[in-house]
Structures are given as C-alpha cells and as structure tokens.
Design a protein around this ligand. Sequence first.
Ligand code: HPA
Length: 299
Amino acid sequence: MAELAHCVSFKLCRSTADWLMAKTQVRPVVGIVCGSGLGGLADMIKDSDVFEYSDIPNFPKSTVHGHAGCLVFGTLSGKPCVCMQGRFHLYEGYPVQKITLPMRVFKLMGVQTMIMTNAAGGLNPDFRVGDVMIIKDHINMPGFAGVNPLSGPNEDRFGVRFPCMSDAYDRELRRMALAVGADLGFSDFLKEGVYCVLGGPSFETIAECRLLNRLGADAVGMSTAHEVIVARHAGMRCFALSLISNKAVMDYDSEARANHEEVLETGRLRAVQLEKLVSTLVGRIEEQQRLLRNAPRPN
Ligand code: HPA
C-alpha cells in the first residue's frame, strides 16, 4: 500500500506539475475530463498546448479505443483550462490511486473547479438514450470492497484523512448547469441523477442492473467517481455529466445488448450540444467568480 501511495505522493505530483508548467504558459483554473466519444471539447480550446500522455512524466498511458490520450491546455470561453482528452480506468489494470493522479497534478497547477463527462448506461426507466444527466451524487461500488483512491497513507498536503463526500457534486454548479441548459433549449434532455461506478470492463448483467436501480442509481458507468473523490479531497469543486449512451438492460425478454460502438455513436450524436453546455457553463463560472470578487465584504 505504501508503494502505491508513492505513485501519487505530493513530491511526485509536484514534479509532474512543474514539468508541465515549464512547458506551457497556461495556468488553468478549470480542469475538464472528457469521457468516451466526448473528446471534441478539447478541440474547442483556443491557443492550445497539447501533450501526449506518453510524454508526461509519471502519467499512465490511455489504452481505450475512443480515448485520445492527450492533455490540452488553453482557453475555453476565455478561461484558462486544462482538458484531458481521454481518461484512465480501473479496468485498464492501473491501481485506482494511479488513474486519479491527474487530479492532484491539476490542483498543484492552480485548478479550482473540475468538470468531468462520461458515457453511462441509463438505469432510470424515465431516461432515454441521448439524455444528459447532471450527476448529483454517486455510489462508489468498488469502494464497498476497499477500492478507494485515497486508501493508503494520507497525503496531508492535499487534504484530510476522512474527507466528507455529502457535498461531492457542487450544488451551485448544478444549479447553473440547469439554467444554462434552459437558456440553450436543452431542458428536454437534461436530467439529474445518481451515478454508480463499477470496475468494468464487462458490462452489467440484467440482475446487476436491476440491483443497482433498486439501490437508487439512475446511471451506471466505469469512471468519474474516483476522480471526484480525489478532487474533493484536494478541495476542488466538482461538476459532472453523464451522457446516457444506452439503456441498461433490465428485462430478460429484451434483445438489446450493451456495446462500446453504441456508446461512441451516441457520443457523436449529442457531442455538439454537450460541448456547448460545458463551454457556456465554464464562461459563467468566471462571471460568478468576478461577481464574488466585486461583492461587498460581509462585516
Ligand atoms: N454500463 C457501464 N458503463 C457504461 C455503459 C453501461 O451500460 N454505457 C456506457 N458506459
């Protein structure tokens, strides 16, 4: 365990952050993680500096089809950002501590707000393929078996030993995203719900989908929650979206079969709107911070 903690120690994350800061002038305040088929967000970033994961010291390598494997620095809606075009998953075989290393590196570079996107299977019977779910909470199923990115010695310079997770998904950002969605005319397909993470890579059985739905999950996927745990530990605000790329199969008579191609195809169909939602939201985060800076100080 101590060996694993070493791979995300303050010193090691600091050395990766320093390496990146020596190579880019951008000092990001927003971090974005693009899910399967949603990497187009990175292409909206202006004046970009791009680094392949394989060139970044201490970074794992991305191995999944549909995940590009680049870190893109630049500006989105006028704001300095860093965007992961492709993320790391438990099923790639990396320890959970290692797949969340970028969150700590971003924190050391000055990121205050993290925005994550993913593709997920819809468990809530009211959800349709193509819906976008604002994550209001998660169920970290691997955590029930001790697979938590914060296990091992605590790195106090990032955060406390026992971080609170009841406010993991920032309420204000969720409220703003609903408002942005309404302004853009997206209310019909914008939902809110609970995301359950599993280890993958096999998709869920019918019995597992039924179980997760009964447990209160609205969508199921293989990412995001670990990143949110590490980002919250380090004091960053988190906002996350799931694109419902397929309906989880709950019925033994159904002929439907979950598959990765459908996940990527739904991403392509909804990608432009999802990108618009995130980029508009990023612009408003800045406005909100400016308002706060200019607000009268409480006595
Ligand atoms: N299950 C798990 N992960 C997923 C799914 C799913 O149905 N769809 C996209 N990612």
